[in-house]
Ligand binder design. Structure first.
Ligand SMILES: [Zn+2]
Length: 380
């Protein structure tokens, strides 16, 4: 979605019984399956990474909460009109990284202004090189590629466009990650009564211009993702973070197919946890199997967007509540409910070693330099 967390504001109701499928066990004691499990009390104790946030401005309240909740963050610059201009986003990310050494990593992005002009690729390369020098661990390609950027003749520019190739080659040689958000949740192409979750219905009701069901003249979900996949096939060495569950959020089996097809790709769950919860309501065993099988390929992310305003404590309270809800869903075994849909769903009760990978180790591996403390700011 747009950087606004569709699941925000939800509060998981907790039924005080255990879900039969995944009975709860004491955290430290190995369960009968040989695994150990985290509890809610472990939440602030375990070091975690939110690998998908958009933090703007000084964000003191946000960072204080991240420290209390034991989160490191990856803040992702995005070519999104509602965010500050890209240079401002990047300057804020670099400053944040300096102020919180070892806690903040950032990914840059590129502008598509003057995309059809001859010098665009060189200008974008320059922008990317400068950001990598400043410590960026990756580059975001946003959904405007495939959904809104057009050539002079009206053709929609797709992710496999030849003008992106030098950028991708540069990322490959720099061992940097391309973070791709292409297309939207499938709900965007469906009638309201067929959408699975409340937040998507609300968002597209309020933003008819982004509601593709109303725009049959625009590229389809399938066409956009096929172009993305052609780009990935052409660059097998590219390290790719397919954010938002690779826009295949409605079916974990589809995400599995994607991960099988592209061994260098990982996915994040940012702003799509609700879709995992929705599937858990009808087939928790399948969802859990997916997370266990791809435990090395999945990154935790919230998609929380914060700042540049930093005055309202209610905003960080909501961030905190969302982080706790997600922890409860992935680690716990209680039966849960959210305002997103009517069915109850069980916590997935993932073993500690899997939780550690999804919440920390995978991000540390993929963005290897990300949370190293930056060199001290130059005084010259
Ligand atoms: Zn985002």
């Amino acid at each position: 979605m747009s950087g606004q967390r569709p699941g925000s504001g939800r509060l998981l109701a907790l039924l005080a019984i255990c879900a039969g499928a995944f009975p709860a066990h004491a955290a430290q004691t190995p369960a009968s399956d040989g695994n150990t499990y985290y509890t809610r009390a472990d939440f602030p104790r375990v070091l975690k990474i939110d690998a998908h946030v958009h933090v703007h401005g000084p964000a003191q309240r946000f960072m204080a909460q991240a420290i209390r909740d034991n989160f490191r963050i990856l803040t992702i610059n995005t070519d999104y009109p509602d965010f500050p201009p890209i240079p401002q986003q990047q300057a804020a990310a670099i400053a944040l990284r300096q102020r919180y050494p070892g806690r903040v990593a950032f990914a840059t992005t590129f502008s598509v202004e003057n995309f059809s002009a001859p010098g665009w690729t060189d200008a974008a390369l320059k922008q990317i090189d400068a950001a990598l020098k400043e410590g960026a661990v990756g580059v975001k390609m946003w959904k405007n590629i495939g959904m809104s950027l057009q050539d002079a003749d009206g053709t929609y520019v797709m992710p496999d466009d030849s003008r992106f190739q030098p950028l991708i080659a540069r990322l490959e040689s720099a061992n940097a990650v391309l973070l791709g958000h292409q297309a939207e949740p499938l709900n965007c192409w469906l009638a309201f009564d067929r959408m699975t979750v409340r937040s998507d219905r609300e968002y597209f009701r309020e933003h008819p211009q982004y509601y593709m069901y109303m725009h049959p003249e625009m590229p389809t979900h399938e066409v956009i993702l096929a172009a993305r996949d052609r780009m990935l096939s052409a660059h097998p060495a590219l390290r790719f973070d397919a954010v938002h569950l690779a826009s295949l959020e409605w079916d974990v089996d589809k995400v599995a197919e994607f991960l099988d097809q592209f061994p260098n790709a990982v996915v994040d769950v940012a702003a799509r946890m609700v879709h995992i919860e929705y599937q858990a309501a009808s087939n928790a065993a399948n969802v859990r199997r997916f997370l266990l099988r791809y435990q090395d390929r999945i990154l935790y992310g919230s998609d929380d967007a914060y700042g540049p305003g930093d005055a309202d404590p209610a905003v960080v309270a909501e961030v905190h509540a969302g982080w706790v809800d997600d922890w409860r869903f992935l680690t716990g075994a209680d039966l849960l409910h959210s305002a997103e849909f009517t069915e109850w769903f069980p916590g997935l009760h993932l073993p500690r070693n899997v939780v550690d990978k999804i919440y920390r180790r995978n991000a540390q591996r993929v963005f290897a330099r990300g949370w190293a403390a930056p060199a001290a700011a130059s005084t010259r």
